[in-house]
Ligand binder design. Structure first.
Ligand code: ADP
Ligand code: PAZ
Ligand code: K
Length: 243
């Protein structure tokens, strides 16, 4: 069995693969890692993507060592992975989750223009050109961060995350949620048009948009561009790197 771990800035996701097929999975907040218990699994290799701080990775590596008697490999950003080239100018700065999500997307679809959206704590929208080059893209605050930015810097805005039904809110919460969710979905659409020059009229040059992250489903409902939700892009990337 292989253990894949994706440590984001908010949550840690893990997946056990048995002969390449999902066997078990879990997700928990980074402040609850003490609850992780992998004992009982027969794991031969483990690898983690980490964009949270070092303390979180070290805590996880310790638990893997204690519970599985295994070293937790740490994925890093590289110049290339197979046919996929990395053109980010400052590769030392690139978040490894962005690189892995692109590797995962590219393992699904090659030789086509790809847009990789990871909607987590932050939302990243990255371009992979049809010549199989990861080009980079944009970083913006995620839905929860936008909400917290508002509620944390105003006296009168009190709100909690919820689904939106209409862009015209009639309570503070409806207005804040509509603003954040339609705003991020609209921003993603605009980035895709800017990155690809695509007019939005269908046609043969329609970019292939793959979306992952904790807010992927929520944003999917509001994104007016053809796309696929592929929640396991980072795991797919980790799996490619491990094999
Ligand atoms: N049950 C949940 N707990 C926490 N965040 C959630 C949950 N459901 C959706 N979210 C949204 O998903 C985001 C976290 O997504 P995730 O992909 O796990 O982030 P990261 O990889 O950055 O840790 C949050 O910022 C929030 O907007
Ligand atoms: C952009 C991110 C904060 C996204 O993190 P996440 O939302 O997955 O927790 C992460 O990929 C990161 O720390 N990147 C470093 C900056 C860069 O990619 O250039
Ligand atoms: K993200």
């Amino acid at each position: 069995m292989n253990l894949l771990i994706d440590i984001g800035n908010t949550r840690t996701k893990w997946l056990m693969l048995d002969g390449g097929a999902p066997h078990a999975r879990g997700v928990l907040g980074n402040h609850k890692l003490k609850e992780l218990d992998f004992t009982g699994f027969q794991v031969s290799a483990s690898i983690a993507s980490c964009v949270a701080n070092e303390r979180v990775f070290n805590e996880l590596a310790l638990r893997v060592r204690e519970q599985l008697e295994l070293e937790l490999q740490r994925a890093v950003v590289t110049d290339r992975q197979g046919q996929l080239l990395n053109a980010y100018r400052r590769r030392d700065q690139l978040g490894v989750d962005r690189w892995l999500a692109a590797i995962g997307a590219h393992s699904l679809i090659q030789d086509r223009r790809l847009i990789v959206v990871d909607a987590g704590t932050a939302v990243t929208v990255d371009l992979v050109t049809a010549d199989n080059v990861f080009q980079g893209g944009v970083i913006l605050p995620g839905i929860r961060l936008i909400q917290e930015c508002l509620t944390g810097n105003t006296a009168g805005v009190v709100s909690a995350p919820s689904d939106v039904r209409s862009v015209v809110g009639r309570t503070t919460q409806e207005c804040v949620n509509a603003g954040a969710q339609f705003g991020v979905a609209g921003a993603i659409e605009r980035y895709i048009r800017e990155m690809t020059g695509w007019s939005g009229d269908g046609g043969s040059d329609v970019p292939c948009v793959l979306m992952c992250g904790g807010d992927a489903e929520r944003l999917s409902a509001l994104l007016p561009i053809e796309h696929r939700v592929e929640v396991d892009l980072v795991f797919s990337g980790l799996s490619v790197v491990l094999s």
